[in-house]
Design a protein around this ligand. Sequence first.
Ligand code: DAK
Length: 257
Amino acid sequence: MEFIKVNSQFDKHVALIELNRPKELNALNLQLMGELRDALKELDDDNSVRVIILTGNEKAFAAGADIKQMADKSAIDMLKIDQFSTWDQIRKTKKPLIAAVSGFALGGGCELAMTCDMIIASETAKFGQPEIKIGVMPGAGGTQRLTKAIGKAKAMELVLTGRFISGQEAMGYGLVNKVVPVEMYMYEVSQLAKEIAQMSPIAAQLAKEAVNRSFETHLDEGLTFERKNFYLTFSSEDQKEGMAAFVEKRKPEYRGK
Ligand code: DAK
């Protein structure tokens, strides 16, 4: 792996992926995205991992897709490269995926953060969809996810002006879970990951799937989907363990079975 670093044992049941193209502010070239897709798939299949953190560095989470790599491409070149399958694969990660964002999260970088399930930001974080300034528009979910996350008026403003917003502002719009000083954001995200890693990984996966379903369906169908996943949790040993532990007034020991 040239452009990402993976630590599958960052903490108990917690894995960490760091984007690692610092000189280019973690611009997302095709190789990096391929490596990220493969790493996420591997961690998703690894039974010892329950939560995955995705981060960049203090200066940049990711400043977008690699403009230099895209600049001279034709529409057909872009179609043939078929980046969508990579992004789709990332979107289908089953385990909880938390973005730890400091510095720039722009264009594809902002879209990548929004693909994650939660975002912890540092006070220096800057979110934006500046594609309009280079004559294009968001292409990896920006117009859809940003609008769902922050509403039409603000999404229009960001997409049409290319302006950046701070982590604090992003939190005000509901895009970000928490904003903390820069020296704290990795600590904060690891605390959140640890907390989730203590839960039944089966319940966590089914719950994540149900929350995400709410974006894709109407209420009735979403409620049916939720109910089926709820019933499914009763086929796990973890459900028996969780409820027995409650009754016996002890801490549950989930085994992901
Ligand atoms: N691509 C390539 N290189 C980049 C880059 C990027 N997005 N962002 C920064 N760099 C490089 C700079 O060129 C510079 O390289 P050198 O000149 O040193 O070789 C180095 O990183 C440091 O950047 P700066 O010197 O510019 O640093 P500053 O602090 O002055 O400015 C900045 C930071 C983030 C404000 C600025 O670098 C900037 O505006 N960057 C571009 C931001 C941007 O426009 N992002 C959106 C790109 S379009 C799709 C999937 C994804 C996408 C589309 C489709 N499909 C699935 C189909 C996504 C599209 C995009 O993201």
